[in-house]
Design a binder for this molecule. Structure first.
Ligand SMILES: Nc1ncnc2c1ncn2[C@@H]1O[C@H](COP(=O)(O)OP(=O)(O)OP(=O)(O)O)[C@@H](O)[C@H]1O
Length: 621
């Protein structure tokens, strides 16, 4: 980070402070001011106490006499000391409050950025590292931008302490010594923070290694992989792998720490020592007994303050350093998301036009080309494909042919690298993404199993609308999932995860029906495009047959795209397209494709025997 960037980073951090609100930042300011001057008040008051006491005979002086001779100064000094001690927890409490308030905004900003970013960015290694760093800060309690901003007044308080101590030195010893100490403190500070800055930058380079280490750590802790880890007896492997990852992260980290921190530590300790010796020598030379012991007492204590700038301040240094870095990571992430992923087609500049809500939509892929990443092979190579309004279309193809990729493009999660996708003749790139996604109800192949109640799992299909209980029950019935809901211990309010007191686990097939119900709930709330990616892969044969028999009823009046390796699922579609080599190889109705005797017919024949046997009837079509 260059000097200019560093200054900008500090300013960016300071700009966060108003987000804490006046009830937090005003007390923070007052406390920082008090923190800055109280040590000097104490020093001067105690100096005056010493002077008063040494002015008269000091032998066998009684406490009462101490009080009568130096009562006011003593009280001021005592109050300054007590206040200093009391300020620390108060400052911490206000800083936590301010950090929380600021981070509410920061987190909202991160979420907005993450959700706005195309998937391509989210999957990019640097973006993944950035998100891991940021979530580490929020989840693992590392310094966040809010924590850093809340620590700024405390840092300012430290500088105020320095200024007041330097003023005291100027008054008690000389301006020359004061300037010397000020310069010394600034050099020590520059060395300290500079090396911390360098170390933080080096540490940031290890973000990938840290993420790998955290992944293995979480793999052993989280229930997600618990089954496999036990069944495969992975504990020894996990321990070995964890040790390797820890070493892969910590050994270079320590090496860099030594390189970055050790030499500066020696150099700046030496400088600090020299300054201290010089200041004391000058103090000794310039001291006039006539000045009295008060000067000596005040001067010695004041000299020590600048020297403390040679250590890290526990309440603000790490906080500002790492919190500021977290803020920079967020800013970089935001900037990278703002960059276009794919070159838009000429004339297809996004205008965020609203799609007509609830209308039947016709979708067309025209010469669409797409590949993942900058150097990834092209998955779609000139795809021409149509989803007529209100009709059902099936897409089949071998593993890796690009079927799910088509769904991702259709939902606007990725942009084509060539060609266009149109909705009712308008370029999808020009439509408001949020508006378009409300029109589309999608079940992905491995849809997320939310650890939320059944009600919420359904609601997420149309979270922009108020809860509609009747529509939820209708959606469950449509997905043949009413019996699942009925058997849950708390009905719609059951958390669909055994990890919660009011929760229970579901089987893979039951989850698939809940995912279907979520899509039907979205349809009930106005979505008119239904996309089903492998909707029956986890259903038992009876449920699969049920789906097949009700397919026309379930998809009636919707523009439907169904993807499946199960021909029982796709054969009822109005039109079936076979995706191969990034294009549509053949298309037609089930019967037309069988008559054509091409790829579809041969794939169908392979499955027919197993399927008809399971159904118990001899249907050759
Ligand atoms: N996020 C990704 N990043 C990079 N490559 C990807 C990504 N997702 C998919 N691919 C690649 O794109 C190709 C098409 O994948 P896609 O998931 O669309 O296939 P599919 O036809 O749906 O396969 P399946 O029948 O196995 O579900 C595959 O070669 C896959 O490796």
């Amino acid at each position: 980070m260059g000097k200019r960037d560093r200054v900008l980073a500090w300013l960016r951090l300071a700009r966060l402070i108003p987000l804490a609100g006046p009830t937090a930042y005003l007390p923070m300011g007052v406390l920082a001011l008090a923190y800055g001057v109280l040590p000097s008040v104490f020093t001067v008051a105690m100096g005056l106490v010493v002077r008063t006491l040494t002015a008269g005979p000091v032998a066998r002086i009684s406490p009462a006499e101490i009080l009568s001779r130096a009562g006011t100064d003593l009280k001021i000094g005592f109050a300054a000391l007590v206040l200093q001690q009391a300020l620390t927890p108060l400052q911490e409490a206000v800083a936590v409050l301010a950090a929380r308030r600021i981070d509410r905004h920061t987190l909202a900003d991160v979420l907005r950025t993450a959700l706005r970013s195309p998937l391509e960015h989210v999957e990019d290694e640097r973006a993944v590292d950035a998100v891991a760093e940021v979530s580490d800060a929020f989840v693992r309690n590392a310094p966040t931008p809010g924590v850093a901003a809340a620590a700024l007044p405390q840092l300012a308080g430290r500088y105020l302490q320095l200024v007041s101590a330097v003023v005291l030195v100027a008054v008690t010893i000389s301006v020359g010594v004061a300037v010397l100490l000020l310069i010394g403190a600034v050099i020590l500070r520059y060395g300290q923070r500079g090396s911390l800055d360098k170390f933080a930058a080096e540490r940031a380079k290890l973000a990938g290694a840290r993420r790998r280490m955290n992944y293995i750590e979480m793999l052993g802790i989280e229930p997600r992989a618990a089954k496999e880890i036990r069944v495969l007896n992975l504990l020894p492997w996990l321990r070995q792998r964890y040790d390797r990852e820890v070493e892969g992260y910590l050994v270079p980290l320590w090496r860099r720490r030594r390189a970055v921190l050790f030499r500066p530590f020696l150099v700046y300790t030496g400088i600090g020592f020299l300054i201290a010796v010089t200041a004391f020598v000058l103090l000794g030379q310039g001291f006039e007994p006539a000045q009295g012991v008060v000067f000596l007492a005040v001067a010695i204590q004041a000299i020590l303050v600048p020297l403390r700038f040679g250590t890290y301040f526990p309440e603000c240094d790490m906080q500002t350093q790492y919190g500021m870095q977290c803020q920079s990571t967020i800013a970089e992430f935001r900037a990278s998301v703002g960059r276009p992923v794919a070159r838009p087609e000429p004339g297809a500049r996004p205008t965020a036009a609203a799609v007509e809500p609830g209308a039947l939509h016709a979708i067309r892929f025209r010469e669409v080309r797409f590949g993942y990443g900058r150097r990834g092979a092209e998955v779609l190579r000139g795809l021409d494909f149509e989803l007529p309004a209100g009709r059902s279309t099936a897409l089949v193809g071998v593993n890796g042919a690009g079927k799910t990729t088509v769904v991702k493009l259709l939902s606007g999660l990725y942009a084509p690298t060539g060609g266009r996708i149109t909705v009712d003749g308008r370029d999808l790139a020009g439509l408001d993404p949020a508006g378009w996604r409300r029109e589309v109800a999608v079940i992905f192949q491995n849809s997320v199993r939310f650890d939320l109640t059944l009600r919420e799992n359904l609601l997420l299909g149309a979270a922009h609308r108020p809860v509609d209980l009747d529509a939820m029950h209708a959606a469950l019935a449509r997905a043949s999932a009413t019996d699942i809901a009925d058997r849950l211990p708390h009905g719609l309010d059951t958390v669909l995860s055994p990890e919660y007191t009011r929760g229970t686990g579901l089987s893979g097939g039951q989850w698939q029906r809940i995912a279907l119900a979520r899509a039907f709930y979205a349809v009930g709330q106005g979505a008119t495009v239904l996309v089903l990616d492998e909707p029956t892969a986890q259903l038992d044969v009876r449920a699969e047959v049920d789906f097949y028999e009700r397919f026309l009823e379930l998809t009636e009046g919707l523009t439907t795209l169904v993807i499946s390796h199960r021909f029982s699922t796709v054969r009822r579609a109005d039109r079936i397209a076979v995706l191969s080599e990034g294009r549509i190889g053949e298309s037609g109705s089930h019967d037309e494709l069988l008559d054509a005797d091409g790829t579809y017919a041969s794939m169908f024949r392979v499955q027919r025997e197993r399927f008809t046997a399971a159904l118990g009837r001899g249907d050759d079509r």
